[in-house]
Design a protein around this ligand. Structure first.
Ligand SMILES: Nc1nc2c(c(=O)[nH]1)N[C@H]1C(S)=C(S)[C@@H](COP(=O)(O)OP(=O)(O)OC[C@H]3O[C@@H](n4cnc5c(=O)[nH]c(N)nc54)[C@H](O)[C@@H]3O)O[C@H]1N2
Ligand SMILES: Nc1nc2c(c(=O)[nH]1)N[C@H]1C(S)=C(S)[C@@H](COP(=O)(O)OP(=O)(O)OC[C@H]3O[C@@H](n4cnc5c(=O)[nH]c(N)nc54)[C@H](O)[C@@H]3O)O[C@H]1N2
Ligand code: SF4
Ligand SMILES: [Mo]
Length: 711
């Protein structure tokens, strides 16, 4: 029988107001939750939160729907045939440990692997204990969601500043010129490896005080609609645009001499930029030379400025080049770690110290493709090969922890087929979704409204020194244990030691140890401020003191990035497959969804077009004789899917847009019945072979496709 958790008896009572924050995205918006016993009556923004409340959105307002969803996992479930049965944690942990032990005895620890998804990063205790567990096994086979979106940041951080966790936050209030590449903060909020709460509203305020906004995006997004200048490039070609802007800046001498002299490699990137022809760069990105000159002048001559690229470019073939060149642009114009530019994130500890000294640092190449890990983890695109290729270290046991890579990652059909070949697949989640279809074990997750913790990493990634502890506003369901406890007990059952015995395997001990490293806040002080606290002045100018490069200098032109740039410059200016695939598919996000989850919530049910629409430019539609509502086949190099045409003047010619996250089924774990199936998974078109050569991120943005009317 499933055991019950005596610490959470059902409660009844009067209305109470409780304070915590939303853990769905990095904005960590403060929440005021009205409860009645263990029921949530209302979720509102916490207006006493000194930092975040104005970003509160529908995702938090409806977040109780997943917590109380009828298909939520309420105890460990064991697969028996094509059904699942509820079992106790003792039995589940015992049997999983037996299977993992048998596999490791035969094939070594690398035969056990794991994938951690985005929500895992928002639960400190889960992520820390999961990593400690994989460390204790001695497995190098870790895969994470960073290889889908943010590896470019980590790669460039490591190469330029010596730490993969160099979080440079836009200083929006003091910025006079924003150059935004592939980002739509009006919908996504201003967060990605760091947060600026109400960042979009603060940008609009800065603009009403004279700041300019330049947006580079193939779609006229909600953000671009507010811009002073919107330029619509070909996908994956932002690097060429940036190199053109840099060339103009170097040619005209609009550089900050001191910052250039203090860094290493500026002369080299200057030589590369000055060796190329602006017309050539313009042909690559399809942005006129004149526009490059205008942007160069606006950016370099502004009193303060900040350039940032985000997932629009990072999730494509040249994401790392674009990310790098934004850092070069900021550096040479004197915007790096300066007011109004990109500043080192603030918080309870220096994030670069944590990154360099505490987080996983494996450098072991992957077994099959031989790729080096980025930020200690291998790429999602590699998982199928690692399961299917025979040999010692072939993945046989696997954990999917808070992720849905079959839908969020590339070529989900291939990953799904590979996952079905595992001998022991464990999914740790609140619900059984598409990626968990072949799981042998379903282990319940704890909803963020039910957990108490101090997220030390997020506490280091703000634009001001802010920290807040999460509190459990309601009890977790009886029978559900915290994810960290699952890993702790699985380690015990396997006889392996967490944290090499350095910390006690207890969340409080780990939180205290990491807070102690920063020396800025204690658990007691944090807990004394339930609404969160800004505990000091912002300190700008710490980046150069915190560098982990061997010579303690910023490296403007790392050799592998320079080599990649030169190899791209040697390619023909336009795609060689353009006749076969005339369009490039890009992606968009919606306010109500968080990647592939919350599709189960009422927020998405108010919409009719649930992820089957393909937006194309008006002129393209006329040429192809397509109209709104027409059914088309969208064909990439690996597969075709169906979609419904939506004609739009917001999308540039040659580009098509499909939102991601759809086409992920949810299941009733007891009966196996499909509970919901909505929209198309557009990532089925994305190859797991065609990757950014340094970060191994697939081409989610920029997939070459052709679009044909269905009979
Ligand atoms: N085409 C395209 N694809 C994309 C993107 C895109 O823009 N375009 N965006 C990408 C981005 S930015 C990201 S970050 C990835 C995300 O990719 P993933 O992280 O792999 O997937 P998610 O869709 O976020 O699914 C997260 C899962 O975690 C579960 N979950 C939620 N909270 C918890 C919890 O507290 N504990 C546990 N154990 N589980 C929990 C949810 O139920 C869900 O099943 O997708 C990427 N995929
Ligand atoms: N509502 C909501 N908010 C979210 C999320 C969500 O799923 N829903 N996800 C969260 C997560 S995990 C992340 S990582 C962040 C991401 O936050 P952002 O990086 O701001 O993500 P997007 O809103 O997808 O913006 C990407 C933009 O890039 C454009 N684009 C596509 N291809 C290219 C290209 O080649 N070049 C250029 N210049 N632009 C291109 C797209 O049109 C799109 O407008 O958002 C977070 N916030
Ligand atoms: S999902 Fe919405 S409410 Fe939650 S932290 Fe992000 S912006 Fe704030
Ligand atoms: Mo993401």
């Amino acid at each position: 029988m499933p055991e019950t958790n005596s610490s959470s008896p059902p409660k009844t009572g009067d209305l109470e107001e409780k304070i915590t924050y939303c853990s769905i995205c990095e904005q960590v918006c403060g929440l005021k939750v009205t409860t009645k016993g263990d029921q949530i009556v209302r979720i509102e923004p916490d207006k006493e939160n000194p930092y975040s409340w104005e970003d509160f959105c529908i995702k938090a307002a409806t977040s109780d729907e997943l917590r109380t969803h009828p298909a939520r996992l309420l105890s460990p479930m064991k697969r028996v045939g094509d059904r699942y049965v509820a079992v106790s944690y003792e039995d589940a942990i015992g049997e999983i440990a037996d299977a993992f032990r048998r596999i490791m005895d035969e094939d070594g620890p690398d035969a056990i692997g794991s994938y951690t998804g985005n929500p895992n990063g928002f639960c400190f205790t889960n992520s820390v204990f999961h990593n400690a567990f994989m460390d204790a096994l001695g497995s190098h086979n870790r895969f994470w969601v960073g290889s889908v979106d943010q590896n470019a940041v980590h790669y460039v951080g490591e190469e330029m500043y010596g730490s993969a966790w160099t979080a440079l936050i836009p200083d929006v209030d003091d910025c006079k010129c924003f150059l935004l590449i592939g980002s739509n903060p009006a919908i996504s909020a201003m967060n990605w490896v760091g947060a600026v709460p109400r960042g979009w509203k603060r940008m609009l305020e800065a603009m009403s005080n004279g700041a300019e906004l330049i947006v580079i995006d193939p779609r006229k997004t909600e953000t671009a609609q507010k811009a002073d200048l919107h330029l619509s490039p070909l996908p994956e070609m932002d690097w060429a645009f940036l190199l053109g802007v840099l060339r103009v800046i170097f040619d005209r001498g609009w550089v900050n001499e001191k910052d250039c002299a203090e860094a290493v490699g500026v002369d080299e990137i200057k030589r590369i930029a000055q060796a190329v022809n602006l017309e050539d760069l313009s042909a690559r990105c399809d942005i006129p030379v004149r526009d490059m000159e205008v942007v160069a002048e606006k950016f370099a001559r502004a009193e303060t400025a900040t350039c940032l690229a985000r997932t629009g470019s990072a999730m494509g073939r040249n994401g790392v080049l674009t990310e790098w060149l934004t850092h070069v642009l900021n550096l040479v114009t004197g915007r790096t770690d300066r007011p109004g530019g990109r500043i080192l994130s603030q918080g309870v500890a220096n994030v670069m110290d944590l990154g360099a000294n505490v987080f996983v640092q494996s450098r072991t190449p992957s077994r099959v493709r031989g790729y080096a890990p980025v930020a200690g983890a291998h790429a999602v695109a590699e998982i199928p090969d690692e399961i299917e290729t025979p040999g010692k270290g072939r993945l046989r046991g696997f954990i999917i922890n808070g992720g849905n890579p079959v839908v969020g990652g590339p070529d989900g059909d291939r990953l799904d087929a590979a996952l079905s070949k595992l001998e022991c697949l464990v999914a740790v989640d609140l619900m059984q979704r598409e990626s968990h279809r072949h799981a042998h074990w379903l282990i319940p997750g704890v909803h963020f409204l039910e957990r108490e913790e101090i997220h030390v990493l997020i506490g280091c990634m703000h634009d001001v020194p802010f920290v807040q502890g999460a509190s459990a506003v309601v009890s977790k369901p009886s029978g559900v244990r915290h994810e960290w406890e699952f890993y702790k007990r699985l380690a015990e059952a396997l006889g392996v030691t967490l944290f090499s015995g350095v910390f006690a395997p207890d969340p409080t001990a780990v939180e205290e140890a990491l807070l102690g490293m920063g020396g800025r806040m204690t658990r007691e002080k944090i807990k004394a401020h339930p609404h969160g606290v800004i505990f000091g002045e912002r300190q700008i100018g710490n980046l150069r003191k915190s560098l982990y490069t061997p010579d303690k200098k910023i490296h403007a032109c790392p050799p592998d990035l320079a080599a990649l740039l030169k190899s791209r410059l040697a390619e023909p200016a336009s795609r060689s497959d353009i006749a076969q695939f005339p369009y490039q598919l890009i992606t968009r996000r919606r306010l109500q969804m968080m990647n592939s989850w919350l599709t189960e919530s009422s927020g998405t049910r108010i919409r009719k077009d649930v992820g089957s629409a393909i937006e194309i430019n008006t002129g393209d539609a006329t040429r192809e004789n397509l109209q709104n509502g027409d059914l088309v086949s969208v064909q990439s190099s690996i597969r075709a899917i169906e979609a419904v045409v939506h004609v739009s003047s917001d999308v540039r010619p040659g580009v098509a847009v499909m939102e991601h996250g759809w086409g992920s089924r949810t299941f009733d774990p007891v009966t196996g019945a499909v509970l919901s199936e909505r929209g198309k998974n557009r990532n089925r078109l994305v190859s797991g072979e065609d990757l950014d050569p340094l970060t191994r991120v697939p081409r989610f943005n920029g997939v070459p496709v052709r679009i044909e009317r269905r009979p």
